[in-house]
Structures are given as C-alpha cells and as structure tokens.
Design a protein around this ligand. Structure first.
Ligand code: NAD
Ligand code: MG
Length: 500
C-alpha cells in the first residue's frame, strides 16, 4: 500500500496533469449539446477542479445511436475473438502506462489517498481489464444432447448496447469491473461516471480509442444522475444497465426498466458488513489491523466497509485497545501525501450526513470511544475523524444504516449462534469477515453468513478471479469480476437444427 512516488514528484505530475472535460461520443470528444458544464470540487480543499460537460438527453441519445450503429455493423461485436483480444490488451497496456495519471485524477476528485489509488485501485483496474481481455478467446459455447438428427448449439452472444453507471468512491476501478467484461463480450457501452468523479472515466475512453476500439463502442457521458443516468436507464434502445451505487437509486433502476423496455438490470449496492471476532482469533494485533482497515480504508466510503464489529465479550477490551492504537497511527490529511491513509469525505453534504449519524449514535445511547468530529477545517476540505462507538445495539441507526463514512460500531456476543444472528440481522448482505483458529467453526460460520463474500482471518474482497456482489438489499441479479461477470453481459441463444 505504499507508493514509490514522493510528494514533490506528485506535485510536479499534478502541475502537468490535464483533466479531460468533454464527453466522449462516437470516437470524439464532445461538449454537451447545450454547452452547459458542471464543476467537480476537490474535497481536500473545497476548490473547483475543472468545468466538465453537463450532458443532456440529446447527448445520451446520440451516444446510444452511435453505440447501436457500431453494434449492428459488427466492427466490435462480431470481430474475431483473437482480434478483439488484441485491441483489449493494447488498451490494458495504455491504462497501465497512464496509471499514475488516472490515480491522480481519482485522488484529486474523490479525495482518495494517493497511496491507495496508485497502490490498489490502479493495479486492480489493470488486472481486471487484462483478465477479461484474456478470456475473450478462451470461452467455448455448448451443444445440447438432442440426438443425431437435431444438432443444437447453445451460444452466448453480446447483449447489445449496455449502460454502465458507476459511483464516486472507486471511480476508475468500478468502471473497469464493468467495462472489462462488457467490452470483452462484444457489447457497445455508454458509461456514466458519478458527477463528482468524471475524469478517469473520460480518460479511459480516450485510451481505448487510442488502442483501436472502433467509434461508438465505448462512449462516456458525464452529467447528473437524474438526467444522464435516468435517460440511459429509461431508453428504449439500451439492452442492459449495470449499476454500482446506492440501494435507493438501485430500486429506481428497476422501475425505469419496468416502465421502458424491460432491459436487463444488474445492481451492486450498499452494505453494512459485519466483522466477527471470536476469542480464539489467531493474533489480535493482526486482527486489529484488518478490523481498522475494513472499517476505515477509503474513509469508510466503501460498499464492503466492515462497519459493524461483533466481538466475543471476553476479548473485547484487548481487541479494542489494539484497534484504537492502529487507527491513531493512521495519518489524516492531504490525499496527495503518500503517507496519508485518511483523506476527506466526498462532499460537504456527505460530511454533514456522516456527522448527523455520529450525533444520532450518541443520542441513541452508544458511547463514542474515539473521534466524532470534523477536523482540519482550515484546509477548506471535508475531513471527519475516524470514529468508534462502543455499546451499540443492533437496532440503532448507526448499526442499521449505511453511513458510508469512517464510523465503526461495536457489539458483543457470548455464543457462536448469537454472533451469527447479530451479523445476519441486517437488510444488507455484501460482505462479512470472521476471525477464529477453529477451522470447523470458520467453515460453519462462513456458510451461515448471508453475504456475497465472506473472508476468514482477513478482510478481503477476493481478487479478479472471484465474483463480487451482494445478497439481500446489497445487490440483484449479478456479480462483478470473474467469469460470472462476463456471462451476465451475454445473451443465451439456442440454435436448433433439423438435418435434412
Ligand atoms: P448513488 O446511487 O448516489 O450514485 C451512483 C451512480 O448513479 C452515480 O453515477 C449517479 O450519478 C447515478 N445516479 C444517481 N441518480 C440516478 C438516477 N435517478 N438514475 C440513474 N442513475 C443515477 O451512489 P454514490 O453516492 O455515487 O455511491 C455510494 C453508494 O455506492 C453506496 O451506497 C455504496 O455502498 C455503493 N457502492 C456499491 C458497490 C458494490 O460493488 N456493491 C461498490 C461501490 C459503491
Ligand atoms: Mg449519492
């Protein structure tokens, strides 16, 4: 998680950085149809970053027409798999070469620590795009056991025009988790980045173009969710929308689909993930590192944030001391300083929402052990201290609602059954982790937890080969990463033949 870049090199690179500000439609940079712009703000200092095209319905229409035309022409959708792979791999190469630039864009616009964007987000982005690129010419279709006179093929085909709508917390990485499989499968895509973090997505499209992706195959439309996002989701000529974002907007997408053309909808949503620590956990110092990381990595602005620590009562004090020591050692401040581990929250409105949750925690009777305040006001940025609440009851708002900030709630248990019940007593089901040296218990509890990813003796979201997505209100119909992600960007077709 450390980066080789020092702060001076980073400053020099930023001085030379050019932020892309136009939409990318049909292979060209384009302003919005009405010339309007919108200005993302640097959350570390409250200053404007650049005026970015605020796109309209007309721009969405134009991108979808270009995407459809490219799809029908077959310049990508019917390209020989090995040729599609070659272009994808060239794209991967360019993304890798431009990693620092893309990392800086995400750190500047989302306030993400540069050591995380360079050390985690970009390597994961490259790995994901590469894995899906390499898959292109390694997948086989099937034949069915239909007898000699009726040969029958079951084939996978690209779906068509796919809308990709992504959030601000991992801008380039969430885009890659969807772009990789969608493009590899032969679709044309229209990507809508979050309005706070449009830069890396636009840059990705320019790099893909440079790699030889035909015009219209990869379009990026920056703008508001309520205009651009909604227009994509309600469009009659979009075949699928893959979404990562809040559960609230995810619900709306199902309505948009129902009221338009029943486009396929894949939802990756919020979470309230438990971390269960049993008294026989292997090494409490190590557990404390994982617990702190799960709760506070990316300022808790993480869908799989381990925001509920469920610890066996007889080790609570010992563990808590260690977690607090860990968290106190995390440098807070300028995201562009390679030492920083906690940057600002995304917007002032979001910071106030997080502070309101902290107030609600105290009012509902939880005890604030650490943090609880806004800090570094003189920077002009939106920083909140890493905050830990003890004596949390699972009915309290801080235990039930996704805060999406640096707030950890602690609850205790005595028996394994109680731990499982507490962990599963949530509307969400994205991730969970558990710590124990008892392998039978690890297996039992991992099976009992209702979550899409369960990590044992660590905090992990798996890697590019493992599917990632949620149970319950954390997701619907799909997964990011792995072959499961690839398949969901395809349609299944049966070709039944009668031999004459
Ligand atoms: P959000 O739901 O507000 O926005 C997500 C995207 O949807 C943005 O691009 C936004 O502009 C767009 N959007 C907003 N309104 C829309 C509408 N009416 N129609 C279509 N699109 C619309 O989420 P956010 O605040 O950007 O991100 C935080 C949320 O994302 C959290 O809930 C977090 O848990 C979730 N998330 C989930 C995962 C996962 O893999 N499950 C990963 C990262 C983030
Ligand atoms: Mg939002």
């Amino acid at each position: 998680m450390t980066t080789k870049l020092d702060q001076n090199t980073i400053r020099a690179k930023i001085a030379k950085l050019s932020l892309p500000t136009l939409a990318f439609i049909d292979g060209k940079d384009s302003p919005s149809s009405d010339g309007n712009t919108q200005c993302p703000i640097n959350p570390a200092n409250g200053r404007p970053l650049a005026q970015v095209a605020a796109c309209t319905h007309q721009d969405v229409d134009r991108a979808i027409q270009a995407a459809r035309r490219a799809f029908e022409q077959g310049c990508w959708s019917r390209l020989h798999p090995s040729d599609r792979k070659k272009v994808m791999l060239k794209f991967v190469d360019l993304v890798e070469k431009h990693s620092t630039e893309l990392a800086l864009m995400d750190s500047l616009s989302a306030g993400k620590p540069i050591s995380d964007t360079i050390g985690i987000d970009l390597p994961d982005t490259v790995a994901c795009l590469q894995w899906h690129a390499e898959l292109v010419d390694k997948l086989y279709d099937k034949t069915a056991p239909t007898g000699l006179s009726n040969p029958c093929m079951i084939v996978r085909e690209p779906i068509g025009v796919v809308g990709l709508i992504v959030p601000w917390n991992f801008p380039v990485q969430m885009a890659a988790w969807k772009l990789g499989p969608a493009l590899a499968a032969g679709n044309s895509v229209v990507l809508k980045p979050a309005s706070q973090t449009p830069f890396s997505a636009i840059r990705l499209a320019q790099l893909a173009w440079q790699a030889g992706l035909p015009p219209g195959v990869f379009n990026v439309i920056p703008g508001e969710g309520s205009t651009v996002g909604k227009a994509i989701c309600c469009h009659m000529d979009v075949d699928m929308v893959a979404f990562t974002g809040s559960t609230e907007i995810g619900r709306q997408l199902l309505r948009y689909s129902a009221h338009s053309n029943l486009k396929r909808v894949i939802l990756e949503l919020g979470g309230k993930s438990p971390q269960i620590v049993f008294a026989d956990a292997p090494d409490l110092d190590l557990v404390a590192q994982h617990v702190a990381n799960a709760a506070f990595w990316n300022m808790g602005e993480n869908c799989s944030c381990g925001s509920r620590l469920i610890v066996q009562a007889n080790v609570k004090d010992e563990l808590l001391q260690r977690v607090i020591k860990q968290v106190r050692s995390w440098p807070v401040g300028d995201p562009l300083d390679p030492k920083t581990r906690l940057g600002p929250l995304i917007t002032s409105a979001h910071m106030y929402k997080v502070l309101d949750y902290i107030t609600a925690g105290t009012q509902e009777g939880a005890r604030c052990l650490l943090g609880g305040n806004q800090i570094l006001q003189d920077t002009g940025g939106w920083f909140v201290e890493a905050t830990i609440f003890d004596q949390v009851q699972n009915h309290m708002r801080i235990a039930r609602e996704e805060i999406f900030g640096p707030v950890l709630s602690i609850m205790t248990f005595d028996t394994e059954d109680q731990a499982i019940r507490l962990a599963n007593d949530t509307n969400y089901g994205l991730a969970a982790s558990l710590y124990t040296t008892d392998i039978s218990r690890a297996n039992r509890v991992a099976r009992a937890l209702r979550a899409g990813t369960v990590s044992v003796n660590c905090y992990s979201e798996g890697d590019v080969t493992t599917p990632f997505g949620g149970f319950k209100e954390s997701g619907l119909f799909g997964r990011d990463k792995s072959i499961y992600a690839h398949l969901q960007y395809t349609e299944l077709k049966t070709i039944w033949m009668q031999l004459l």
